[in-house]
Design a protein around this ligand. Sequence first.
Ligand SMILES: [Zn+2]
Length: 43
Amino acid sequence: MGEFEHKCLNCSSTSEDRPLIVCEFKGKENWVCVRCLPILIHG
Ligand SMILES: [Zn+2]
């Protein structure tokens, strides 16, 4: 089960904690939680 668990690349929150959004960066799939998404957008 654990290997299918996605984590926020910034704060390691799982979808148990917050909604996660998938994004592609440099050809790789990354998961980011809704709290960290604005941080990543604004750099
Ligand atoms: Zn996060």
